[in-house]
Ligand binder design. Structure first.
Ligand SMILES: O=C(O)c1ccccc1N[C@@H]1O[C@H](COP(=O)(O)O)[C@@H](O)[C@H]1O
Length: 221
C-alpha cells in the first residue's frame, strides 16, 4: 500500500517559547533557530535558542542555523544550543562533514544550497556525496560583500530546485519567499520533501497564527 505523505513543514526564525509552542500546536514538523548571521531578520540569542530546544517535545526536530564554517566553531555552537539538527547556511570544506560526524555522531546535518543557476546542482550533489542527511534550497547570495545566507523573503529559480530534487538521494527542503500565495505551486513544481518558511507566516516580525493555519491547511488539502 502506498499512502501519500504530506509535505513536511519547518517553521523558521522562531524567536520565543510562545512562538515555538504555537508552531508545534499548529503542526510544525521542525523549528528553525537562527544563530548569529551577517544579515537577516531572524536571529535569536543562543541562550534563548537552548531554552526553546529544551521545551520542544519529540518528534519535533530542532534545526540550529549556523553561519560558522569551521568544525570547531560549529560544534561549539551546537553545544551551546543543543539542537538535534545543524543547518549549515554557508559552504564548508569537504573534510568538515566528517569532522562534524565524528564529534557529533547523533546530530543530523543539513546543507543549505543558495540556488542561483544550474551550477548549484553540482554543489548540491557534492554535499550529498559528502554525507549530509538533507539539503535545503534557499535564495541567499553568499557572493555579496555582506553575505546573504537566508531570510531574504525571495523566491529563487525553482526549475533548478526541481533538478536537484530529482537528482538527490537525500530529502530536500525548499525555502525562500514561501507563503500561502505560492506553497501549492512550489509543491507541484519542485516536489520537495519539506518546506521551510520564515517571513511568509509572520506579520510585523511576529509568527502569525492565522497565516500559519492557512498555510498548514494548504498542505493537507
Ligand atoms: O532569517 C534570517 O535572518 C536568516 C539569516 C541567515 C540565514 C537564514 C535565515 N533564515 C532562513 O531563511 C529561510 C528563508 O526565509 P524566508 O522564508 O524567505 O523569509 C528561512 O526558512 C530560514 O531558514
Amino acid at each position: 500500500m502506498h499512502l501519500p505523505l504530506r509535505t513536511r513543514i519547518k517553521i523558521c526564525c522562531i524567536s520565543s517559547l510562545d512562538e515555538a509552542q504555537l508552531a508545534i500546536r499548529l503542526g510544525a514538523d521542525a523549528l528553525g533557530l537562527v544563530g548569529q548571521m551577517p544579515s537577516g531578520p531572524g536571529v535569536v540569542a543562543d541562550g534563548l535558542a537552548a531554552q526553546i530546544v529544551r521545551s520542544t517535545p519529540p518528534p519535533v526536530a530542532t534545526f540550529m542555523l549556523t553561519s560558522e564554517t569551521s568544525a570547531v566553531a560549529i560544534v561549539a555552537h551546537q553545544q551551546r544550543v543543543g539542537a538535534n539538527t545543524i543547518q549549515l547556511v554557508d559552504a564548508v570544506r569537504p573534510e568538515t562533514y566528517a569532522q562534524l560526524r565524528s564529534a557529533l555522531p547523533a546530530i543530523k546535518l543539513v546543507q543549505v544550497i543558495h540556488v542561483i543557476d544550474e551550477r548549484n546542482c553540482d554543489e548540491a550533489m557534492q554535499a550529498v556525496q559528502n554525507g549530509v542527511d538533507a539539503l535545503l534550497l534557499d535564495s541567499g547570495n553568499p557572493n555579496l560583500a555582506v553575505k546573504e545566507l537566508g531570510g531574504t523573503g525571495r523566491v529563487h529559480n525553482w526549475a533548478v530546485s526541481r533538478q536537484i530534487v530529482e537528482q538527490s538521494s537525500v530529502p530536500v527542503f525548499l525555502a525562500g519567499g514561501l507563503s500561502t500565495d505560492n506553497v501549492r505551486r512550489a509543491i507541484d513544481t519542485v516536489g520537495p520533501f519539506g518546506l521551510d518558511v520564515c517571513s511568509g507566516v509572520r506579520t510585523n516580525g511576529q509568527l502569525d497564527a492565522h497565516k500559519l493555519e492557512s498555510l498548514m491547511r494548504l498542505l493537507t488539502d
